[in-house]
Structures are given as C-alpha cells and as structure tokens.
Design a protein around this ligand. Structure first.
Ligand code: SAM
Length: 270
C-alpha cells in the first residue's frame, strides 16, 4: 500500500468528459494523494525494518471515498507515525471504553458494530486507503461519533503510541492468513504480538479473533492458550461460535463462498 502511494499514477477522480476537457492529471512523485488525507506510510523510516503483517494492495479509491478522506480525515483520522503517545479520551472526546480493531478492510462490520454499541469507542486501524475512506463515509452517514480511523501499522500504534492499560478490547477479524510456510512469520497473531498487546489491554479486556483459514485458527488457539496473559472464555478451551454482535465481514463472505470454515476465538486478558 505505502509503496503504491508513492508511485506516480493517475488520480482516481473521474476525468471531465467532452470537447476541451482536460486530460486526467498525473500525480508527481512524492505528491500526496489526498492533501488533507492519510499520509503514505506515516511511520515509514522512523523505525527498524520490520516484518509487516499486511501486503500492498493497489486498489482504486472511488470518488465518494476520496471525498470522505479529504473532508473527514482531519477530524476523524489518525496517522500512525509512532512519534507521540496519544490520549484516547482526547481523541474520542470522552472517556468511554476503547476497543482497537486491527485490519477493518472496507469497514462495513466495524461501522455496524459501532452503531450497535454507541457506548464503546472503536479505534479502527488499517493501511488500506479505499477502506479508510469507506469507513469514514459509513461513520459520517451513520452519525457515528464513536469511530476513529487509524492509518498505518497497528504494531507501531500499540508499541509507540498507546499507554499501558489503554484498551478495553481487541478485535482482529480475518487477518491476512499468509498461507505459505515461508510467510508464516508475517502472521499477526504470534506470541510476541500477544505480549505487546497484553501490555496495552486492561485486565478483563476481551480479545476477539476470527479467521476462515483453519491452520491459522489452530495457530491462534495454540498461541493464545499458551500465553500466560490470556485465558479462553470457553470452558472447553476451544473455538467459540460466532457471537451475535459480530456481523459477517466482507472477507468472511468470500471465505464462506469458497467453502471455508470460520472459527472465532474469544479470550480475556487476565
Ligand atoms: C484479509 S483483510 C480482512 C479485512 C476485514 N477484517 C474483513 O474481514 O473483511 C486483513 C486486513 O488487515 C489489514 N492489516 C493487516 N496487518 C495490519 C497491521 N499490522 N496494521 C494495520 N492493518 C493491518 C490489511 O491491510 C487488510 O486490510
């Protein structure tokens, strides 16, 4: 994503048509895609070369998403630059509980969950620009004041920008499965990640993961069960049925269409 954002390309705003219409403008190298919107790779060079759990996706930003990014990012967006510790009460304008969602994709499930639970603030993080615009638009149209959209690597957010015990919950729905063995190190749910997340989660916080990739589900269950800071909410120590509060997500729908089995995991921070 970040590399794609630094590459010259045709702006995605619809080109004017008809005689005399200007040719589509080409963005110069380094010129921001949305001057008031999310920055390209905000934590880029400040930190060590790190393994990334996301992959670049070069997808089109629709005019509606572009408009939402330009208009709403200055108020509801957060660039994850790793350069400051953020005060979540200030970010949301209240001191309601805050749940972090890592990897919201296009944000439909995020918006639905935020609408269903206005007493909970949702800090939704992804690197996917069209999704950021989409979620901002959904939050705006839905009148949701409890959603903020983070742009960048959630690991940097957790490590550099959140205080200990800042979070009341963590959601990771359908993280990139990285099916090839040589890519397993890029999977988000690993012991080191859980150790970091545990420092930012309050005691009793719910950690909710879901995946349609069964080997990854097994790995999640194994590392969460083995981690001393988390306990399974399931007495049988296994997967949970999808709770009614989690709507079907876009990636989940695609997985189900392929015949994949979906597993939810519901653990608590001890
Ligand atoms: C397979 S998609 C799932 C999206 C959505 N949850 C759904 O179910 O439709 C995984 C998303 O996680 C994002 N992601 C992966 N690792 C991330 C990280 N470290 N920080 C922020 N976003 C991340 C990716 O960019 C991608 O949009």
């Amino acid at each position: 994503m970040s590399d794609a954002l630094n590459t010259p390309e045709t702006l995605s705003e619809p080109a004017p048509r008809g005689p005399g219409a200007a040719l589509p403008r080409t963005r110069a190298k380094g010129e921001p895609r949305f001057p008031d919107g999310p920055r390209a790779d905000p934590a880029g060079s400040h930190f060590e070369r790190r393994i990334r759990s996301f992959q670049p996706r070069r997808s089109r930003v629709t005019p509606g998403q572009a408009e939402a990014l330009q208009r709403l990012w200055p108020t509801w967006g957060l660039d994850i630059d790793g350069q400051r510790v953020i005060d979540l009460a200030e970010l949301f304008g209240n001191d309601r509980p805050v749940v972090l969602e890592i990897g919201f994709g296009m944000g439909e499930a995020t918006a639905r969950m935020a609408a269903a639970d206005p007493g909970t603030n949702v800090l939704a993080v992804d690197v996917h620009t069209p999704g950021q615009g989409n979620l901002l638009g959904l939050a705006d149209r839905g009148g949701l004041d409890n959603v903020r959209v983070g742009n960048g690597d959630a690991i940097i957010l957790l490590r550099e920008m959140l205080r200990p015990d800042a979070l009341d919950g963590l959601r990771v729905y359908f993280p990139d499965p990285w099916p090839k063995k040589r890519h397993h190190k890029r999977r988000l749910i690993q012991p080191e990640f859980l150790t970091l997340a545990a420092t930012r989660l309050k005691s009793g916080a719910l950690v909710h993961c879901a995946t349609d990739w069964e080997p990854y589900a097994e790995q999640m269950l194994e590392v969460l069960t083995a981690h001393p800071d988390f306990e399974n909410t399931r007495a049988d120590g296994g997967f949970a049925p999808r709770p009614g509060f989690r709507p079907l997500t876009r990636f989940e729908g695609q997985g189900l269409d392929k015949g994949h089995v979906v597993n939810d995991l519901l653990f608590r921070r001890r």
